[in-house]
Design a binder for this molecule. Sequence first.
Ligand SMILES: Cc1cc2nc3c(=O)[nH]c(=O)nc-3n(C[C@H](O)[C@H](O)[C@H](O)COP(=O)(O)OP(=O)(O)OC[C@H]3O[C@@H](n4cnc5c(N)ncnc54)[C@H](O)[C@@H]3O)c2cc1C
Length: 458
Amino acid sequence: MTDHSFDVIVIGAGPAGEVAAGRLAQRGKAVALVERELVGGECSYWACMPSKALLRPNEALDELLRVPGASGAIDPSGIDVPRALERRDEVIHHLRDDAQLPWLEERGVTLLRGHARLAGERRVAVEGVGDCTAREAVIVATGSSALLPPIPGLAEAAPWTNREATTASEVPGELIVLGGGVVGVELAQAWRWLGAYVMLVEAGDRLIAREEPFASEQVSQALHLRDVELWIGARAVGVARGADGRTTVTLDDGEELTGDRLLVAVGRRPRTEDLGLETVGLEPGEQIEVDDALRVPGRPWLYAIGDVNGRALLTHMGKHQARVAADAICGDDGARVGRLDGPLSPRVVFTDPNVAAVGHTLASAREAGIAARAVDRETSANAGGSFHGHGAAGTTRFVVDTERELLVGATFVGPEVAEMLHAATIAIAAEVPLATLANAVPAFPTRSELWLDLHVGD
Ligand SMILES: Cc1cc2nc3c(=O)[nH]c(=O)nc-3n(C[C@H](O)[C@H](O)[C@H](O)COP(=O)(O)OP(=O)(O)OC[C@H]3O[C@@H](n4cnc5c(N)ncnc54)[C@H](O)[C@@H]3O)c2cc1C
């Protein structure tokens, strides 16, 4: 077999791997990017992009329905489902990655197609290509897959994971969703809106448990109003698929739920099982631990970015880590992930209402020893909010460190608040003093006038 040699080899062409490869090539490195499926990774085809495409038509419709004058002009029969699914297919490029390739070509990145395995220090074996050597570094960016919990009968029932749930071309009559985290609630709402009867089972005591309790409540309420059946604090203990293809889930209190499809959305596992990790002294199947420069301790040539290191399972954070790792490889000593990494990362749940949050919740700030106070407001209770129409519910909370007079967290709940998040991200990342923020005047009439209340106190 031929021996291929590069400065840096990146394994996995999801958002993290692509960004790392592009940045390294732009900084003059000879880079190979190895991908065994589609360039663009989970995010482009089976995660972020299709889920948002499935949610968007009804989000837009609901926004119009709340606005007097516009609502009367809407066809009451709802959205055009086949057209919405077609649009989803356009967004995921019909599961082809041709559109992603020019970006790599323009940057001079060598794309190697095949399954890659580490084969010792700075060595990577790529199926169908051969043995490759990295002169400087190897970056692992292999992402994560859906976790199937060990519930008796679950694997045999061939449930949907995010892959089937984001690419299905028919709306199931009844869909059972296991898991009330971000993926579970987004896909429950998406398929409910598209016409499925949805039953959502969450073992914990609330949905999207990482967020503020009011965010959980308001998303639960929105799902409830849409007739999503919620089973909170209920644990699935058995699954069986009948001869008719329908699936029955047994809950811990003996209740049985039956549906045409079962979606499992209870978490992710790192894609490290068949990656040759044992050849470099790491444990296959485990997430790859890294320091703040994304380097694997004790192996200065090895980096891990994106979902595979388990720090923040979000595309934008994987891309941020990619830029940091690339800069570290290029010798920038100060290249480090910022303070808004991990659980403090900016994050959005794209349900209606959106939940957009960054930094601490009130509880996590207090747990971290911060003397925190909350400023709570109704998101649409100002002049800007009035234009979002009737029933645009949701709460905004700013979490303030009262000793340092800084914002340390923000959560916005409401229709289309995702775009409001970045101002808070800037204020927290840059530690802008509240006194300085007072000069950052929000335009009238926008919902951003909520920021003025930061200075009034609660
Ligand atoms: C339903 C859903 C919705 C989501 N929505 C959002 C959202 O709105 N916003 C957000 O920020 N995040 C969202 N996420 C999370 C986001 O999808 C991930 O954080 C992101 O895809 C991680 O990027 P990555 O590059 O680390 O890995 P991936 O996107 O998983 O890409 C890894 C790539 O590596 C390849 N690979 C794996 N092993 C090998 C190997 N051995 N050899 C060669 N290639 C290999 C894979 O084929 C894949 O292409 C969502 C996730 C889900 C499941």
